[in-house]
Design a protein around this ligand. Structure first.
Ligand code: SF4
Ligand code: SF4
Length: 134
């Protein structure tokens, strides 16, 4: 997993991929910015090429991709795939902020309805808690 620096995340959203699959290249093909490479350990994103469009997170069949942005107030904005009814802005949800971690509380900033793949939810969550999940 490549987790971008806070300096990079303060400039805008960047994808984080937590996946060891070598039999699936859906995200690699979906990224129009050549920001996802694949290696023996699975796919990885290049924070310097990623523009934070979220296409890979919406299309991943395993829900293994998140986007992070440093909000500058001790919290990260996290973009994650969401199935089921979309919660309203300002509501609190329990969300898997990093694939493989336990669900944690977060506040909804924006719901992005499904275009292809999954709908996306943008939430705000404590950045120090997320750092401990890495
Ligand atoms: S967020 Fe967009 S630019 Fe970044 S890796 Fe995913 S598809 Fe590529
Ligand atoms: S699309 Fe998802 S499951 Fe497929 S390689 Fe990428 S991160 Fe892994």
């Amino acid at each position: 997993m490549v987790f971008p620096s806070d300096k990079r995340l303060s400039r805008g959203r960047a994808a984080v991929i937590v996946c060891g699959r070598t039999d699936c290249r859906v995200c690699v093909s979906a990224c129009g910015f050549s920001a996802i490479g694949s290696g023996e350990g699975g796919p990885f994103s290049d924070p310097d090429k990623c523009v934070g469009c979220g296409g890979c997170a919406a299309i991943c069949p395993d829900g293994a991709i998140r986007l992070f942005r440093d909000r500058g107030d001790g919290s990260y904005e996290v973009t994650l795939p969401w199935s089921g009814e979309l919660p309203g802005e300002g509501s609190c949800v329990n969300a898997v902020l990093l694939p493989g971690s336990e669900p944690a509380p977060a506040r909804v900033i924006q719901a992005v309805p499904k275009r292809s793949g999954h709908a996306l939810l943008r939430v705000a969550a404590d950045s120090s808690a997320i750092r401990k999940m890495k």
